[in-house]
Design a protein around this ligand. Structure first.
Ligand code: KG4
Ligand code: ZN
Length: 333
């Protein structure tokens, strides 16, 4: 089954072609980082305009790289939500037009389910049930995946997403955008124990996350000590990163142990973070939990993961009508 998938929920215009939802025949991602960098965050209006320019060439390249033509496809899938409405609309409109003209089955994909399906693009896909920690620029949540296409929400952030905290801290340290990869790089020259930023604890015992507290602590620390030397900036970056990693690892492992789940998937843009991958790996091994982390290129936004999830939906018999539309607030569970 050859499927074309389209992703345009935020600031990457992406298209991929997969065989049987597992074999990546092509995976094209046009990043908009350079467009948004001067603003220190994604500007929705600029994002949708750029999607409009990029989506045609990106799809053409994905088809050419895969060596297939539109009539060869067995289906077309697209990210329907959650995300920026203006961005989602571009992908949905194009997918619907192609499905209509070429008479192909169409399916809408939840972006977070796409992130989870990135784990199925590896040689070692997880067996069900598993716990998925999805950490991205827009979301930080733990899902229990009991069976294919079935998810229960275990916990989520009550304020900022982890990636959003990386981006905001990078901005206030004057490091640029997107913040995650830059903080990771700068942190390599710093001491993760230099500053003990407070870590959020849920007083009601919930499995939720919170990152606004550590972000505010970093902001106050930086204001009090300004101007910071490069060595001090590295220490702040390293200490902040260590704090976020500790909170994520602690919550994920505790939830897995409590639910008696033996497999954990780490995915989403922040899952590209080296220290997070290492720390969760160490803690999982210590507790006899198998950890599945997709390679970084499938962790950050891409269309291969959307196509993998969409193929599973098509194989399950799902069909989206041509009246389908963007669902900017679509909750996975
Ligand atoms: O999944 P993603 O590409 O887009 C969303 O769905 O949001 O995630 C983007 C987020 C950004 O906040 C970015 O700073 C973060 O992932 N990120 C990282 C790293 N690479 C990307 N955060 C920490 N360390 C990284 N290496
Ligand atoms: Zn994402």
């Amino acid at each position: 089954m050859i499927v074309l998938g389209i992703e345009s929920s935020c600031d990457e215009t992406a298209a991929a072609v997969l065989a049987d939802g597992r074999r990546v025949l092509s995976n094209v991602v046009a990043s908009q980082d350079a467009i948004h960098a001067p603003y220190g965050g994604v500007v929705p209006e600029l994002a949708s305009r750029r999607h409009l320019e990029a989506i045609g060439p990106v799809i053409e390249k994905a088809l050419a790289d895969a060596g297939v033509k539109l009539p060869d496809l067995d289906g077309i899938v697209v990210t329907q939500g959650p995300g920026l409405v203006g961005s989602l609309l571009i992908g949905c409109s194009v997918a619907k037009s192609l499905a209509y003209v070429h008479r192909k089955p169409l399916a809408g994909v939840n972006h977070l389910e796409g992130h989870i399906y990135a784990a199925f693009l590896t040689d070692d896909p997880p067996e069900y049930p598993f716990l998925a920690l999805v950490v991205s620029g827009g979301h930080t949540a733990l899902y229990h995946a009991g069976a294919p296409l079935q998810y229960a929400l275990v916990g989520q952030t009550r304020d900022d997403a982890a990636g959003e905290a990386f981006d905001k801290v990078a901005k206030l340290l004057g490091l640029g955008f997107p913040g995650g990869p830059i903080i990771q790089r700068v942190a390599e020259g710093g001491d993760p124990k230099a500053i003990a930023f407070p870590l959020a604890q849920m007083t009601d015992g919930a499995r939720d996350f919170s990152f606004s507290g550590i972000k505010t602590s970093v902001s106050l620390h930086v204001k009090r000590r300004a101007p910071l030397s490069p060595a001090q900036v590295a220490d702040v970056a390293a200490s902040f990163q260590a704090g976020v990693v500790k909170m994520l690892v602690r919550k994920a492992i505790r939830a897995a142990l409590h639910l008696g789940v033996k497999r954990v998937v780490l995915t989403g843009g922040v899952a590209a973070n080296g220290p997070l991958r290492a720390a969760l790996g160490a803690s999982a091994a210590e507790h006899g939990i198998a950890l599945h982390i997709p390679p970084p290129c499938f962790c950050t936004d891409n269309a291969a993961m959307i196509t993998a999830a969409g193929t599973a939906r098509l194989l399950a018999g799902e069909r989206a009508p041509l009246s389908m539309n963007a669902r900017p607030d679509w909750a996975l569970a």
